[in-house]
Design a protein around this ligand. Sequence first.
Ligand code: CA
Length: 452
Amino acid sequence: MHRFFALALLLAPCALLPAAQPNILLIVADDLGYADVSFNGCKDYETPHLDALAKSGVICTSGYVSHPFCSPTRAGLLTGRHQQRFGHENNPKWDPADTVAGLPLTETTLPQVLKSAGYATGWVGKWHLGAHPQFHPLKRGFDESYGVLGGGHMYLPRSKGGAEYTIPLDRNGAAEEQTKYLTDHFGDEASAFITRHKGKPWFLYLAFNAPHTPLQASDAWLERVKHIPDERRRTLAAMSVAMDDAVGRAMQAARETGAAENTLVFFFSDNGGPIAVAPCDNGPLRDGKGSVFEGGIRVPFVVSWPAKLKAGSRFEHPVTSLDVFATACAVADAKVPEGVKLDGVNVIPHLSGENSAAPHERLYWRTGGGDSFALRQGDWKWVKPRGADKAMLFNLKDDVGEKTDLTAQKPEVAAELEKAVMAWNKELITPLFQSPRPAGKRTQPAQVKSSN
Ligand code: CA
């Protein structure tokens, strides 16, 4: 009996304590095609660390982003809200004097909310949410920052290029020289952040610019994919493998600090592969970056949390990058400020099987203030592409490639979906700023550069 009571006393306090707040690792790739990771069927190179991450959790086969190109997706991601609600519907031009082109200061960000819940918050990678100092990550909720503040960057040190792509790296607001392959820097910094914050809850937004153009890889990464005959595809593969390795090093740091089990990881690309300008592979999906067909908005998408989610699962219902905010707040027990209307949901009960319903009745897209629209409802997809004079209707269950327009056969479904997307459109505002050039529409293919 004595032994029983001793054991009970030992266990009782543990049972009364709330579960420890999980760490949250949000990994975003840039312009990565749906089929450019081996867990989604990449044909010519391997992404072993991303595969391991996928195996440790849930592959979301219908994982979407809220926009078919860079900056608006990131604005939606960090606010948990449709970015068109607050006018962030285009890419900001690189202009440190521009106080408008950036994530509006009226919006509450995920790191701000997590910080108030006791998290250490860090950003590593690409920002692309405004060049003016008022938009800097340290002003938007991050305790620590390291990376490139524009929409992309040269990968090899001392490369020549435009101003935005050659600015020094930014460490906590101070300029720092790039000394190695950019993706390697990001892997180092992600690992260091995780190690530095051992034993307390942290949130790391690890936003790679890879494999966004310019196509540039170091010889070490090219060696890993030397079997690929086409030079441009080989370079893109090397860039993706470098990113995979950086993810592996971040996960290794999580294991070494005892954080791996209780870390919620999201991984996805900010938009689909830009098939018009880069040798990427969106698998069976139609079109690519810039488009509201599936190839522009459906992306490689993984959620892993070993402490709560079953390893090796697949989830077929649509989920979205807008879900990250609501999910993170729920698991961190962080309070969303009053008056903030989130568009995403906590996906954990759905991914765990506790709630068998689909997380969303509908998902919506709009670009350019109304140039194109799309809506997904169940297996139905309604699309009004840019420049088209009429909308189209597809059943993704039978036709994931959006080849057969069913509008004539199902006019009542098309009308219902159009009505829903136009009702949503009424909640949105006119874009606050314009993109410097249309995303994903460059006419010349990106040039390949490589060296040490
Ligand atoms: Ca992008």
